[in-house]
Design a protein around this ligand. Sequence first.
Ligand code: PXG
Length: 467
Amino acid sequence: MNAVHPPLAVAERSTQDWQAADAAHFLHPFTDFQALARKGSRIITRGDNIYVWDSDGHKILDAMSGLWCVNVGYGQPALIEAATRQMSELPFYNSFFQTTTPPAIELAELLAELTPPQFRHVFFSGSGSEGNDTVVRMVRRYWDLLGQPERQVIISRRNAYHGSTLAGASLGGMSAMHAQGGLPIPGIVHIEQPFWWQLGRGRSREEFGLEAAGWLEQKILEVGAERVAAFIGEPVQGAGGVIIPPETYWPEVQRICDRYDVLLVSDEVICGFGRTGHWFGCERFGSRPDLMTFAKGVSSGYVPLGGVMVGERVARVLIEQGGEFEHGYTYSGHPVACAVAVANLRLMRQLGLVERVREETGPHLAKLYERLKEHPLVGDAETCGLMGALQLVKDKASATPFPEEQQVGMLCRAHCFASGLIMRAVGDRMIVAPPLVITLEQIDDMGRLITHCLDQTWAELREKAWW
Ligand code: PXG
């Protein structure tokens, strides 16, 4: 028989209590369960502005915006009030059976206004993964309705991240994910990513961008254009390590999609809503997508919400020739999520956050990263808006990476945690994507913390005689 424990108030639980209960019951996403149970989770209990606090009271600068999502920072009263108001008015109603709610309509209207002009319609989901599942069903339906049912194949890229559902993980190009569960699903193929530092050194970024886009054309010809439904890509690959493509890449991808009549899907789950200094990453890089997946920043992560912006080319066919689209989620257009998103987007506008990233904070971060290039551990440093990546290397001149088993990125991440900074490691690439409300002074603070953590990592490497 299970012992019955009276519920404990938050303050009465120690960190160890939380960790024990967590290890006993909670299977975390993307986690080695046993390893975490041995170590114990870090329990985050509070957030304000760009900082979070753990259950031991440590203050941490959250340079990852939660998980690339808390664009307006923690504790914004406008979002909290919108949620509270909508919760008491109408916490849930669905948008199936010819009904909907005012917040869902308001958000649809606002998104049509904020997104590029080809977008006038939205399909809501609860997450980015569900948004990308919607994309797969929608583009295949589109070609079906146009009498080209053989156009089924979707081209994506290696090291892309498009979510964790069956379709999302299949679209993604993470080999470790494909290895678990027989992925990708049929009809999804991958090309190489536009990662200049890894694949293109020795030629100019511009030349390499054209070459990388050319891989799309090669794949279309290999599959047969009459079988290709769409190409999907993140403007900047986020989870893959903030891989910023050369300026020539997206315009050339657009030209190729146009040439072969292939739909272009921009996965804006990370790049959308100001991250690149533009409302959407496709506007920064010069593509004109037919569909756009979004999530995360739309509600600043305060409540789960995602969806797909559907361009007029696709929307007109679905609306005028489609009949019923047999697809949808209980939480498509959830009123509380939509009310929070409306408050979030209005706040972003009111604070001029997108312009601030483009004109002030983004350029300031770029200057900081120019200086970080000087550090002996840093082989390359690049930024786009408020995303930054530092490539840690064993030898700068020859761009020699560290042996994989040394896990230098993880060593660095541990120093960050210990120093009150959340910076993410993707292999040996250290990445940041701070809340868009970060100030110039706070970027300087972050810079000092990053430098300190790089110094600590360097010292540890020398101690271990790995340097
Ligand atoms: N597309 C992109 C571009 C993403 O970054 C998804 C889709 C899926 O969204 P949902 O809401 O279903 O998680 C994402 C999610 C990381 C990390 O480690 C990144 C994401 C999720 C979890 C971890 O950087 N991005």
